[in-house]
Design a protein around this ligand. Sequence first.
Ligand SMILES: Cc1ncc(COP(=O)(O)O)c(C=O)c1O
Length: 358
Amino acid sequence: MVNYQNMRSESDVSKAEPNSIIDFRSDTVTRPSNKMRAVMADAEVGDDVYGDDPNVKILEETVADLVGKEAALYVASGTQSNLIALLTHCGRGEEYIGGDVYHISHYEAGGAAVLGGISPKHLTTDNNGGLKVEQVKAAINPDDFHFAKTRLVCLENTVNGMVQDQQEICKISDLAHNHGLSVHLDGARLMNAVVATDKPAKELAEPADSVSICLSKGLGAPVGSILCGPQGFIDRARYNRKLVGGGMRQAGIIAAGGHYAISNNVERLAEDHQRAKKLAEGLAQINGINVDLNEVQTNMVFASVEPADQQALITHFINNAILVDGGDPSFRFVTHMDIDDYAIQRLLETIAAYFENK
Ligand SMILES: Cc1ncc(COP(=O)(O)O)c(C=O)c1O
């Protein structure tokens, strides 16, 4: 097996050239670096459905250990990870509680309802994307046959780039456990929260029974997420991964990229956070665009403009080879390893030019 523990990550950062397309849409757009590709090309493989793939096993053990859980399961995506978690925690006719802005509530095609007969109950999150323990308490259904049985509380960290209040997460988890409910944490970007708070992943994941970590966002792997939890939960989750067609064969090639990402690309998330802050501070200087600096806590910047400027600014971005997400009502700019200082400067100059010339 290739020893890639000591390889460094500088070459993971690609430089934006004048006139090249700059992509602020998401941290999912990163492409594997040459080093990551080399590791993947050399990866030893086996059939993972038979449990034979050494790189998948190493990746699962590494991430389980990192987040302090007994076992882990490598899956194709964050959506599949959350779906498998829901199918594993809840039975048909049962209900989970989640936040209305969470990915699991909005952007996962209703998979839990379609495939698992599981009802969502979405609670309104606060300005920081969080839920409060009193809200969750009030939302747990009584033990009465008129109601769906509440079975699970789903939390998320980070939420739209915002780091969640760990004390509140602990309170909600204690409440859930006292009511016999489980807690799943969608930690697609938990490593951003780790870097922003300087708290170990184990501590942030501790209150939750299961946690999902994405390797293909800021960490820069091309594919994959990891679902972590107790051994019995992961054994059942493996069954559910098969059920949703998610068993992968020689997955070691992509798992090696995931292992490289989690081993080399966590600390560098701090650079993405610094660039997001610099971008937000620059936007705050431009008349015509609004940004709330308090919301910029990791690698995402949300900014809004007057409705009359929305479409024109979208067109202006396209004409200047800048890709962004949204615009109605807010634009989302995400920093990641393919966004360097030059890209930030070019985005700020492009926006400033729009408002100066309109
Ligand atoms: C918080 C969160 N959870 C889950 C996902 C789903 O990940 P994937 O796109 O790999 O399915 C995303 C995707 O952006 C996300 O932002």
